[in-house]
Design a protein around this ligand. Structure first.
Ligand code: HH2
Length: 281
């Protein structure tokens, strides 16, 4: 495992789970499930048993999704972050947003890092905000916006083109004043990529260590898993999601973004015990 300085207080000497908490009516796999603050808090508590970061999102970025107004995105996410903190849950919180105003409100409410699927391309205020707050940021590769991205799924060499884009976004983040130790990179599985692109990115995930920053990987329940297995319902993609998460762990991913924290956590524990050994007490 290629190690990096700790992020949000977490040593990156083994893969860490980031639990997905979408407070949206329309996310592709858990949309509408956590519509009330109480339901979202209950889910956060459950996930926090295994997940070491919670990624809270108030706007679906699934292919074809419509943009959500800033005020609405804040109204969905901030009360949940406040409730998590008021309940005394200390798990680091990531805000999954492409908008600086949403990130700012979330950080004020107790979030610890920003996860931007556009790597600061959507909102020119995002990288300066992150720099000013001194928090970690995940820069993910994506093309165009969710509405049109699948029409842009064309690459001569997907692995190298995604690499070059991430390299450029890391440089942009540093130019904006973000400390390199606060940058995480993510190849953006499923964002403007075909099934074959996704498989290539997973197969060559270790290529991205040369970027010199920790790697975040998110493939949980994504469409290509359904395309390969015939599991049309996103909630029916657990087995495939775990297989892909373990493949990413084998390639040295530092953070695995998953819906099914309990099951993935169990699989990961076994994976690590086989790889590194297990001390019985
Ligand atoms: N995938 C999604 C959203 N945010 N962030 C990172 N860093 N990496 C990802 O792969 C990623 C992400 C899409 O998945 P999900 O949140 O489950 O669905 P939706 O966008 O429909 O809410």
């Amino acid at each position: 495992m290629i190690t990096h300085p700790p992020l949000c207080g977490l040593a990156l000497d083994r893969p860490r789970l980031m639990g997905i908490l979408n407070v949206t009516p329309d996310s592709f796999s858990d949309g509408g499930r956590h519509a009330t603050v109480e339901a979202a808090l209950a889910r956060a508590r459950t996930m926090a048993r295994e997940a070491e970061i919670l990624d809270i999102g108030g706007e679906s970025t699934r292919p074809g999704a419509e943009e959500v107004p800033v005020a609405e995105e804040i109204a969905r996410t901030v009360p949940v972050i406040e409730a998590i903190r008021a309940a005394g849950l200390a798990t680091p919180i990531s805000i999954d947003t492409r908008k600086a105003a949403v990130a700012e409100a979330a950080l004020d409410a107790g979030a610890d890092m920003v996860n931007d699927v556009t790597a600061g391309r959507f909102d020119p205020e995002m990288l300066p905000l992150v720099a000013g707050r001194g928090v970690p940021v995940c820069l993910m590769h994506s093309v165009a916006d969710p509405k049109t991205m699948q029409a842009h799924a064309r690459y001569d060499d997907v692995v190298e083109e995604v690499y070059a884009h991430l390299e450029e976004r890391i440089a942009a983040a540093e130019d904006a004043g973000i400390d390199r130790r606060n940058i995480i990179a993510d190849p953006g599985i499923g964002f403007g990529k075909t099934l074959q692109h996704n498989l290539s990115l997973i197969r060559h995930l270790d290529r991205y260590h040369a970027l010199g920053v920790p790697l975040l990987f998110g493939a949980s329940r994504k469409r290509f898993i359904g395309a390969i297995t015939g599991a049309d319902d996103a909630a029916d993609r657990l087995g495939g999601s775990i297989a892909v998460a373990l493949a990413a762990a084998t390639k040295g991913a530092h953070i695995l973004r998953v819906h099914d924290t309990h099951e993935t956590g169990q699989a990961l524990r076994l994976h690590l015990a086989i790889q590194d050994g297990f001390e019985e007490d």
